[in-house]
Design a protein around this ligand. Structure first.
Ligand code: AMP
Ligand code: MG
Length: 330
């Protein structure tokens, strides 16, 4: 472990071996006390965490059948993805299977938390009424609340606007052992911001690259990022808005602004298509989920999370030597 961190020191190669002699290394260390102190601090914690910050193995994002993963470097045309698709699954079967996927997520979350080395970030984006809240409720029911944080991003405050656009999102990314959920995300800054013309074109256009760099920083630091776009049709949005108007118990969910935003449906679809095409990277691909059928959406998302957590293979930390022989005093 200490060798691993040695690569941050001048004079060391990627694998931790000294490249230009120990004397040179000593001299460099003397000239750069801050680097040496940082490396020393990392060494100090290396014994207590299974894997400290640094380069992490890339984890495959295992999308469930029926989800359309956007291949990095290609364009996705959302109008060509059927929002009504249900993978030919039976609704009752899928509801039962969702329960099983939730149990898998819960068991794997316990390991992730105990391992305390890596984290999982789930990003949810959709048009209004697309089902972000319902998905989060249905899929994450059963996870230990202590190991999970949900962040919902609204119109930025003036303090948030006084910083770079990623500042408020970075502050909410999950720490080691945690699952973090983004209900809306840094993508709003190339979606609503673009559609409403809140910044000049050149500004939002430059953000795709910054978002890709940000997600690379996260993944290389041990955060696995899964990005779900909940894809509903325009007809389905109409039905959902009408249901919110018709049912007094759903009035609290109805936002008259959604009717105004609906007029920009095509502009939003264009903005989503561009964001998904520009920011589907090998380290953090975009997954398009047909979401007209809530039961299908919930099942495939839960399965994707469970399968990806399984690929992460979080392990309980090794117990201290001799622990099984300890006796608890009376
Ligand atoms: P809701 O999620 O329905 O409670 O609404 C939150 C509102 O905040 C939506 O209308 C979003 O478009 C808006 N919003 C979220 N992030 C941003 C952002 N970065 N800039 C402007 N508006 C945003
Ligand atoms: Mg809303």
């Amino acid at each position: 472990m200490s060798k691993k961190h040695g690569k941050h020191l001048p004079g060391h190669s990627q694998d931790g071996s000294v490249t230009d002699g120990p004397d040179r290394h000593q001299a460099a260390r003397a000239r750069a006390p801050s680097t040496a102190v940082w490396a020393g601090a990392a060494d100090a914690i290396a014994g207590t965490v299974p894997a400290a910050l640094g380069s992490h193995r890339q984890i495959p994002i295992l999308a469930a059948p029926g989800i359309v993963a956007v291949e990095p470097g290609t364009r996705i045309d959302l109008s060509a993805v059927d929002a009504d698709a249900d993978g030919g699954l039976d609704k009752l079967w899928a509801k039962d299977a969702l329960g099983q996927e939730r149990e898998r997520i819960s068991a794997l979350q316990e390991r992730l938390y105990a391992e305390r080395a890596r984290s999982l970030l789930l990003v949810f984006q959709a048009i209004d009424t697309g089902g972000k809240d319902g998905t989060i409720r249905a899929v994450l029911k059963g996870v230990n609340p202590q190991g999970c944080t949900v962040s919902s991003f609204k119109v930025p405050s003036s303090d948030e606007l006084d910083h770079d656009f990623l500042w408020r999102y970075h502050a909410k990314t999950p720490g080691r052992g945690m699952i973090g959920v983004f209900n809306r995300s840094h993508y709003e800054d190339v979606l609503v911001v673009r559609v409403k013309g809140l910044v000049p074109d050149a500004v939002w256009q430059g953000r795709y690259r910054l978002i890709n760099d940000f997600e690379r920083l996260l993944t290389e630091s041990g955060t696995v990022v899964i990005k779900f776009f909940l894809h509903i049709s325009k007809d389905e949005q109409k039905k959902r808005l009408e249901a919110r108007i018709a049912d007094p118990e759903k009035h609290w969910k109805f936002d008259p602004a959604d009717l105004v935003e609906r007029k920009s449906w095509d502009a939003y679809q264009q903005a989503f298509s561009d964001a998904l095409s520009q920011c589907s990277s090998p380290h953090a691909p975009w997954l398009v989920v047909p979401a007209n059928h809530k039961w299908f959406r919930n099942y495939v998302i839960a399965r994707t999370i469970a399968d990806t957590l399984e690929a992460m293979d979080p392990r309980f930390p090794k117990a201290a030597k001799g622990i099984a022989d300890l006796k608890v005093p009376d």
